[in-house]
Design a protein around this ligand. Structure first.
Ligand SMILES: [Zn+2]
Length: 122
């Protein structure tokens, strides 16, 4: 990801051999490795989606699925253990609404800043 900062708008670097090649190249002319499409780079596919996280929280939040999705598997286990109390489900509805209210950038920034299984995304 850091590599992106050094790229010009039309040139990218082969992920296999690091030689520069044109953005539209589907394969590296040097080593033949298939390249990611530019649309995928623009969309930031590696980032967690706030919509996915929000919908998971609203539908399956009582089982902590949104926690596993955002990487907070410690909370996910806690949610599963307590799901019979319905408390995790209620918290998850609030979390789901919160995720959906956050802007895409805010959510991505918060999700990227999460560390460890008990990080709390809010
Ligand atoms: Zn290459």
């Amino acid at each position: 990801m850091d590599q992106q900062a050094f790229e010009s708008p039309t040139m990218v670097f082969c992920h296999a051999c690091a030689k520069p090649l044109h953005l539209s190249a589907v394969a590296c002319p040097s080593c033949g490795a298939a390249q990611r499409k530019s649309e995928a780079l623009d969309a930031g596919e590696s980032e967690k989606s706030k919509v996915t996280a929000g919908v998971l929280a609203l539908l399956l939040g009582g089982l902590g699925i949104h926690k596993f999705y955002t990487g907070a598997w410690g909370w996910g286990i806690v949610y599963i253990l307590l799901c019979w109390t319905y408390v995790p489900g209620l918290i998850a509805v609030v979390e789901g609404i919160r995720y959906l209210v956050l802007s895409k950038q805010e959510f991505a920034r918060k999700a990227a800043a999460m560390q460890g299984p008990f990080a709390w995304l809010w």
